[in-house]
Design a protein around this ligand. Structure first.
Ligand code: PMP
Length: 406
């Protein structure tokens, strides 16, 4: 018997959220490619490198050694020890093993953390531009995202004044993402300390620090976490990281968080009913990634840096576009303000950044994601997780398309 799909009543937690705009943009690229069009794809949100061989070898060893069963819900001791060591040595953050949770990617840890804490009426401060998933994760868990614009004039970063003004009695969390997707902007130690001091005055507000890109770092100041500079904020912070971006392990699905025991226990309790545990094999691979030689990360970062420098120079040479130099991650977030209001050769007006990125797709064959998707216009995000050849060709095509605007 055929089931009519339209009869299925979906929960509002599904109908109230969007499919991730970057996933939608990537699908559009695949559709156009299937039609035979050559598309220079700058929408990619994952490393173009393969997982290093020594990490794959650790996974194979785990499989052959029988590590193919459920693990404890909060992750293997080996992986949590590796995370503990990494936080202590790289960030100066001391934590116990029961202050660490492990999930199926940083995304799952973030989602479950919100699920564990957010109820209807609760507010979550989301500085914009934001990673596309934050507002929808909040909505899916019944909360209200409070989007606070953080413009280019403040380096796309939250300031203590704006944070203070956004906090209400209903605020549960503020989300900080450093380095940021989509801007690449990273917070310095002083900036984090100033934000943390505001939070210490509001103990009902917690900070969710998404540091998934913190090894892909180019800035001349050292990467640091809010807990590095303010350890006393520990009862109010969940620091989230993972192996996806740094070790080119997006498909392995391992992310983790360090936070207060009560929160970690709640996350684990939900996860025990959701997935029982993350993949045992991926956990072994992640432990190897964190504890072994970091050469592959350094090599990848050197390549990302060259690409960032090239893309940044090429984009800034295009009249009408301008772009800040990212501190980390593998994205650029150029402004197209100088081209809003211009006309395409076939007479259409570029009204906003969505029009602009669609024009780039049609006229230049370049796929990007429009700034509206990240909550701050008029910008567009390009990813440098692709070859230098594609970056060069895409920037040349963007330059030609921009020049054709009148
Ligand atoms: N946070 C940010 C800012 C991201 O860009 C991504 C991946 N796009 C994630 C979290 C999720 O990473 P993971 O693969 O570990 O779920």
């Amino acid at each position: 018997m055929e089931i009519a799909l339209s009869n299925i009543k979906l929960a509002s937690r599904v109908t109230s959220i969007r499919v991730s705009p970057s996933t939608a943009a990537a699908q559009k690229v695949r559709d156009l490619q299937a039609e035979g069009r050559r598309i220079l794809n700058l929408t990619v949100g994952e490393p173009d490198f393969d997982t290093p061989d020594h990490i794959k070898a650790a996974a194979i060893r785990a499989m052959e050694g029988g590590e193919t069963k459920y693990t404890s819900v909060n992750g293997t001791v080996a992986l949590r020890k590796a995370i503990q060591h990494d936080f202590a040595t790289r960030l100066g953050i001391d934590c116990e093993l029961n202050e660490i949770c492990v999930g199926g990617g940083a995304k799952q840890v973030l989602f479950v953390a919100l699920m564990a804490t957010v109820e209807p009426g609760d507010e979550v401060i989301v500085p914009a531009p934001y990673w596309v998933s934050y507002p929808d994760m909040v909505i899916a868990n019944g909360g209200t995202p409070v989007v606070v614009p953080c413009g280019e004039e403040v380096g796309f970063k939250l300031t203590p004044e704006v944070l203070e003004a956004a906090i209400t009695a209903n605020t549960r969390w503020v989300i900080l993402n450093s380095p940021s997707n989509p801007t690449g902007a990273a917070y310095s130690a002083d900036e984090l300390r100033a934000l943390g001091q505001v939070l210490l005055r509001h103990p009902h507000v917690m900070v969710l620090c998404d540091e998934i890109y913190d090894r892909i770092w180019f800035a001349d100041f050292e990467p640091c976490s809010i807990l590095t500079v303010l350890p006393e904020l520990k009862p109010q912070a969940l620091v989230v990281n993972g192996v996806s971006k740094s070790y080119a392990m997006t498909g392995w699905r391992i992310g983790y968080g360090v936070g207060p025991v009560a929160l970690i226990d709640a996350i684990n309790k939900l996860q025990s009913q959701m997935s029982s545990c993350p993949s045992s094999i991926s956990q072994a691979a992640a432990a190897a990634a964190l504890t072994s030689d970091q050469h592959s990360v350094e090599e990848a970062v050197a390549v990302y840096r060259q690409r960032r420098d090239r893309a940044h120079a090429l984009i800034n040479a295009i009249p009408g576009l301008s772009c800040r130099l990212p501190d980390g991650a593998f994205y650029l977030y150029p402004s197209c303000a100088g081209l809003i209001g211009k006309k395409t050769p076939d007479g259409r007006t570029i009204r906003n950044d969505l029009d602009f990125s669609l024009y780039l797709l049609e006229a230049a064959g370049v796929a990007s994601v429009h700034g509206g998707a990240y909550g701050l216009e008029p910008y567009f995000r390009i990813s440098t997780a692709t070859s230098m050849e594609i970056i060069d060709a895409a920037c040349a095509a963007i330059a030609r398309a921009c020049e054709a605007l009148d």
